[in-house]
Design a protein around this ligand. Structure first.
Ligand SMILES: C[S@@+](CC[C@H](N)C(=O)[O-])C[C@H]1O[C@@H](n2cnc3c(N)ncnc32)[C@H](O)[C@@H]1O
Length: 219
């Protein structure tokens, strides 16, 4: 496993050499469960294919990644989009001010009747648990009207399996531990599944967990 801090260089290089022209199967799964339109915050948006997909459907999207190369690609995708408003930010989820800026973005906060979703695909396993905790703390503080969390991540059962993209930082998350952390925060879990076949990539079929959970309103 490589060091989490050094991993920024991995992603910078990755987005210079990889293209993801299509949205993920998780994005399609989540889209079918969102009210129209939703204010959607994506963290770890990478090349922006899922954010662009949600905006094309008419959702209002604010997305952040710490990779400038990823966000450059994401912004290029958004240029040709007709749909809901979309904004990409280069920012680090370990920086509380960066998190607060996306969660308090006017398009997220001044949503009127629009519900809010926090979308994280292949992101929670790319950050340490302390970062996961900081993200959920900030979201529950700033999105005090409640929100839906949609997460897809690699489980502990994926740890020993072969990987298409070689060695870099990955935190393999035990599904029931994550579910317990959400319940301890007051989330109601609406959907929880884990298994193979959810998002095959090249010759890899990762063992993944999908969670949809509702954070309680605090105001
Ligand atoms: C496995 S990629 C997933 C990208 C995209 N969500 C997808 O499904 O294709 C993980 C992403 O998390 C980003 N990332 C890792 N740590 C981060 C942090 N602390 N703050 C913001 N982004 C981070 C990386 O730059 C990378 O784009």
């Amino acid at each position: 496993m490589s060091n989490y801090r050094d991993d920024a260089a991995h992603w910078e290089q990755f987005y210079r050499t990889h293209e993801f022209p299509r949205e993920s199967s998780f994005a399609r799964f989540v889209a079918g469960r969102l009210a129209m339109p939703t204010s959607l915050v994506e963290l770890g948006c990478g090349g922006g294919q899922d954010s662009a997909f949600f905006a094309a459907l008419g959702h209002h999207v604010v997305a952040m990644d710490r990779s400038a190369a990823g966000v450059d690609k994401a912004r290029a995708k958004a240029l040709t989009l007709k749909g809901g408003p979309i904004r990409f930010v280069v920012g680090d989820a370990d920086d509380d001010a960066a998190l607060a800026s996306v969660f308090t973005d006017p398009d997220v906060r001044e949503h009127g009747a629009r519900p809010v979703a926090l979308y994280v695909r292949f992101f929670l396993h790319a950050v340490p648990q302390a970062t996961e905790d900081a993200i959920l703390d900030a979201a529950q503080r700033d999105l005090d009207g409640g929100f839906t969390l949609a997460a897809e991540f690699r489980t502990d059962k994926d740890a020993a399996l072969p990987k298409a993209e070689g060695v870099h930082f990955r935190r393999f998350i035990a599904t029931q531990d994550f579910a317990a952390r959400l319940r301890a925060r007051g989330f109601a879990i609406e959907h929880l599944e884990e298994g193979f076949g959810l998002s095959p990539y090249e010759d890899e079929d990762p063992h993944l967990c999908r969670v949809i959970a509702r954070a309680p309103a605090r105001r």
